[in-house]
Structures are given as structure tokens and as C-alpha cells.
Ligand binder design. Sequence first.
Ligand SMILES: CC(C)(COP(=O)(O)OP(=O)(O)OC[C@H]1O[C@@H](n2cnc3c(N)ncnc32)[C@H](O)[C@@H]1OP(=O)(O)O)[C@@H](O)C(=O)NCCC(=O)NCCS
Length: 172
Amino acid sequence: MKVKTPRESLTVMTEIVLPNDTNNLGNLFGGQLLSWMDRCSAISAHRHCKKQVVTAAVNNVSFNQAIPIASIVTLEAKVSRAFKSSMEVFVDVYVEDQKVDGKRTYTNEAIYTFVAVDEFGSPVEIPAIEPQTKIEKMRFEGALRRKQLGLILSGKMQPNEATELKALFMED
Ligand SMILES: CC(C)(COP(=O)(O)OP(=O)(O)OC[C@H]1O[C@@H](n2cnc3c(N)ncnc32)[C@H](O)[C@@H]1OP(=O)(O)O)[C@@H](O)C(=O)NCCC(=O)NCCS
């Protein structure tokens, strides 16, 4: 399989925060942002492997600042690392506050794991990925640690199998 670059999976989605998308304080409802991020990262994962993908895990989400109604929200997703059948996808979120000056600010990020599956839902192999930029290389490097941590926390890996993390969980 041809090795791909993260750029080939780049997916950009732009939304506007309407009244239906808000919480009681008039800011974007967290569940709505999670849904947008899931869609954006699923398309990115599909662009990498050109197969059906399912969300296996949401590894990290941070909501660092409230996003007010009428904001324009841009999501940018890219595959940061591909394993055998699973992929880590980073989603970066930016907001333009159209009520003030339209200035674009970085508000939060999320890290999702997708698995490529066949028509029966069984995992299938995907192309490897080769990071190009400094940030892509940094995210690639950390992905195996994050994968192993996620698998341990979900009970799918024993700490002594986690080559990258043994020191955190095991005594010498
Ligand atoms: C994700 C899924 C396909 C994995 O199936 P499985 O039988 O556990 O498959 P395996 O144990 O062979 O794992 C396949 C890959 O998924 C990864 N994986 C499985 N569970 C994971 C988890 N909780 N977190 C991160 N990665 C996970 C494995 O590490 C493996 O990765 P690799 O092939 O790159 O090494 C299966 O659990 C599934 O279909 N889940 C439901 C998905 C879904 O419906 N999502 C939407 C929810 S709203």
C-alpha cells in the first residue's frame, strides 16, 4: 500500500453557531461541537484509507473557552498516525467572532481514533503515514503512547504490554 502524508487527509469544515446549537448561557453546546468534530475527523480518516471507518475512541477533548452564538467555527482534521487498522486523528478548532471583529482564534482540539472496517465490520489494513511538518512529526511521535494509554484505560491492553508506557504503571 502506498505511504500517505497527513496533508492528503486534511478536512476543513465551517459551521455557524445558531440558536439550536447553544446551551442555556447562549454558547455553543458541547455535544454539538463533539458531533461536528466526529464528522470532520471521520471524513479525514476515510480520506486517508478510502475505506469505511468507525469511531473507536475519543481520546481527548478540551473545551478551553466558550464559543458564543453567531460565531463561525472552523474545524481542521488530519490523520496524525496510522497503525494496522486504526488511525489517530487530530481536530483543531478555530473561531471567528463575527459580532466583534471577525478575529480568528484557536479554541480547542480533540483526538479521535478511527478503525477501518470491511462490510462485516471487521478491521482491515490501512496505508502507513509519513509526517512532513514539525507539528505533524510531533503528533506522530506521541501517537503510540496515546494509543497504548487509551487501550489500557479501556481495559484492552495490560500495562505490561505497553512498550511505551511501562515505566508509568510498573515498578522496576
Ligand atoms: C472499533 C472496532 C471495529 C474494533 O474492533 P475489535 O474487534 O476490538 O478489533 P481489534 O481488537 O482487532 O482492534 C482493531 C484495532 O482497533 C484498535 N482499537 C480497538 N478498540 C480501541 C479503543 N477503545 N481505543 C483505541 N483503539 C482501539 C486496536 O488497537 C486495533 O488497532 P490496530 O489494528 O491499528 O493495531 C469495534 O470495537 C467496533 O465496531 N466498535 C463500535 C464502533 C462504533 O459503532 N462507533 C460509533 C459509536 S457511536
